[in-house]
Design a protein around this ligand. Sequence first.
Ligand SMILES: [Fe+2]
Ligand SMILES: [Fe+2]
Length: 163
Amino acid sequence: MIKVNHAGENGAVNIYRAQRIVARFRSKSLVYQLEQNMEHELAHRKIFANYLVENGIRRCKSYFACGAGGYVLGFVTGIIGPGAVAATTYAVENVVLEHLEEQRAYLCNNDLAAHACVAQIIEDEKAHHDAAKDQLEENQLMTNILIQVVKFCTECVIRFGMR
Ligand SMILES: [Fe+2]
Ligand SMILES: [Fe+2]
């Protein structure tokens, strides 16, 4: 579980990293928020990395694939524009939050150290989710399609990792 979370946070770091780079040219008003989100994801990645080191667990095989996938997703959606950036964040965090809530319920009876890691990041992910939800461009077909595609991909990455 924590291995997959760690890889997922690497994906998140790279989504925001790529979006931030593109936003410098495409939508300057987003740069600050993307920068903040990236800092949070870096901290999350560190929390899970520390847990893995402390427990002598190797990182997930999908760690670099998640990073590369996240970067491509962030780059493409950054170019499409602010609506696509908001849709991506909303979709990813929506799926992530569902899994984190499940993990939190499970881990409190099974691994308190892992539970503490998950509990620490949930508020940040909620904040990312809610801010993106406010910035969604309503009733746009492209936005809705993008949300479904990104949700599906995120779900696949998590399921593939947990297998
Ligand atoms: Fe995160
Ligand atoms: Fe996040």
